[in-house]
Structures are given as C-alpha cells and as structure tokens.
Ligand binder design. Structure first.
Ligand code: 13P
Ligand code: SF4
Length: 312
C-alpha cells in the first residue's frame, strides 16, 4: 500500500467505527471527493445532511456548510476537518452590520424581505426571510411578494445575475467570492480564440464581465446537468469556477475536454478555504472527534429559515 492508500483505509475503518457519513462539496480535492459517501453542491449537501442516518457527519467543505448541517441535525455530531475553513462571502456580511442596515431600511419606511445566499453565518441566516443557493435562487426570488423590495446578501455578483434572470431590482450587499471574482477576462478570451468550437460555463458568483462570455451560467450541480446534456460528441468545455470542479466533471463525463479559466495570477483558481481540508485532517477529525461544530441557540431561528427555503 502506498501512503495515500493506507490513509484512505484508515479513514474507512474510522468511519465505520465512529458511525460516520462523509459529505463533500465539489470544491474539495479529488482525493476527498472520491472517498466521500455523498458529493454535491450546497443545496444537495444541505438536503443530504437532513437525511443522514449515522450519528456523525464529517463535513468536507467550509464552515457555513458544516454549520448548516448542524442546525438541521441538533442531535448529531458534525465534524469539520479544519475549523478555519471559512468563506470570503460569509465574512463580507457580519451579522451586526446587516442588522444595522435592516434597521435603517425599516426606519426609512422601506418594505423589504432579506434573501440570503447560503454562504453566510448562522447569525446572518437568523436575520433573513429566505436562504438561497445557486441551485434554487430563481425559484425563491419568485416567492417574495411583488410589493416588497428584496435586500440580497452577501454576493453582489450572484445578486446582479438574479436581477437579470428574474427582472427584479434588488438592494445588493457589497460582498463577493475571492475565487470567482479574479478570473481573467483577457485569458478567457485567449482561450476562446484557441478553442473556437468550445463552450464556456460560468458560476453565477462570477462578475458580469465573465458571465457575458459564457454559453451557460449556473451553479455546480447545474453545470453537471448542462454537460450531461451535451451528448456523446467530445467537446472542449472552459470552466469558470473553483478548479476542483473539473475533477468531478472529468469523473462523471470523461469524454469531454475540460479547461480551467485562469485566474488573474494563477493558471487554475482554487479556494484556499476549501483547500484547508486534507485527507490527513479527515482522518484526524474522525480519530479525535474534533473539531466539532458546537450547538448555538441562534441555530434554532436560522434552522427555521433554512428548512422553509431549502427543504420544502
Ligand atoms: P454551489 O456548489 O452551490 O454552486 O456553491 C458554490 C460555492 O461557492 C460554494 O462555496
Ligand atoms: Fe466561499 Fe468562494 Fe471559497 Fe465558495 S469558493 S467557499 S464562495 S470563498
């Protein structure tokens, strides 16, 4: 056995011993996705977390995802291989700032509902009317009564994309994803020139100057569906999202050729927060029973909003 195989065997044995399910986001390293019981986008992972039958969940993703899994499973142990796996989007909207802004809108007589991207803390979710993911945002926006304004937090790029798609103006919070914001338009145009028959798929967290060159805009699960529908003829697909997504595309639809859209300073764009999780840390958290997401009383209110938005 080489070192990686030995580590994988150790993880599988610990997983059985600890009665655990491993959930992994598509932005995790391929070695982690391969080992997981379930891989998915934010929406399908939240739904999967609500159906887990084991006593422990190992969440291979970032903090807000593990927090969401915990609020849906108060009695289960939820482990996150690295507690510092954060998210620039969640960080861009602190709960006290959001509460103050909501108060100022109310004071000016604005009738509004707060629609919050799942990439946010539990405290921010608790201040929200709706939670959306890239997978259900359009459907949720349609549920907001037309006589209410929409305060959309924290991703201004996803917000502006939703404005385009739904035709509804929104008040946009000024947050962004550090990974999706730095794709290089110049390199994308060069790549398109080299692959004139190629297709560009882009995540809606990308700014408009990238989205406007895309043949398809959608979250990670929607990207997989789009590629599935391309048919048997091999195609060149340029991918503007976190680069580990290419592993999942390659695994599930191997007959196409995938090209990462380069970032401004790198050939392929990886999320440093997602990258904090490693196979060794998955092993360690199963062995040691930590880091664990602790229950927080404000999860109660946040759970209500998450359940209403994502599970019904
Ligand atoms: P989705 O996989 O839900 O599209 O989310 C993308 C993302 O940035 C998660 O952090
Ligand atoms: Fe957050 Fe962006 Fe990383 Fe997703 S890719 S976890 S949105 S920083």
């Amino acid at each position: 056995l080489d070192a990686q195989e030995a580590l994988e065997e150790e993880i599988l044995a610990l997983k059985a011993r600890e009665d655990a399910t491993i959930l992994a986001h598509y932005y995790q390293d391929g070695t982690i996705q391969e080992l997981a019981d379930f891989t998915g986008d934010s929406l399908s992972l939240a739904r999967a977390a609500s159906r887990v039958s084991t006593g422990t969940i190992v969440f291979c993703g970032v903090h807000f995802m593990a927090e969401t899994a915990k609020m849906l499973n108060p009695d289960k142990r939820v482990l996150l291989p690295d507690l510092l796996a954060g998210c620039s989007l969640a960080d861009s909207c602190p709960a006290d700032k959001l509460a103050a802004y909501q108060e100022s809108l109310r004071a000016s007589g604005v009738r509004f509902q707060t629609v919050t991207y799942i990439n946010s803390s539990a405290a921010v979710k608790a201040l929200s009317d709706w939670i959306v993911t890239s997978g259900n945002a359009v459907e949720i926006i349609r549920r907001v009564p037309p006589d209410h304004e929409i305060l959309f937090v924290p991703d201004r790029h996803l917000g502006s994309y939703l404005e385009e798609v739904t035709g509804r103006d929104m008040i946009l919070w000024d947050g962004s994803c550090m990974v999706h914001e730095v794709f290089s338009v110049r390199d994308l145009l060069r790549l398109k020139k080299k692959l004139p028959q190629g297709l560009v798929i882009a995540h809606p967290e990308c700014p408009a100057n990238i989205r406007e060159h895309a043949d398809f805009v959608g979250g990670t699960e929607a990207m997989l569906r789009f590629v599935r529908e391309l048919g048997p003829e091999p195609r060149d697909v340029m991918v503007a999202t976190e680069a580990n997504m290419l592993w999942q595309l390659q695994q599930t639809h191997p007959h196409h050729r995938y090209h990462p859209v380069p970032g401004i300073t790198c050939a392929c764009n990886l999320c440093p927060h997602m990258a904090r999780n490693t196979l060794a840390k998955v092993r360690d958290c199963l062995r040691d029973g930590q880091p664990e997401i602790a229950w927080n009383p404000l999860f109660e209110k946040a759970r209500e909003v998450v359940e209403r938005s994502l599970l019904r």
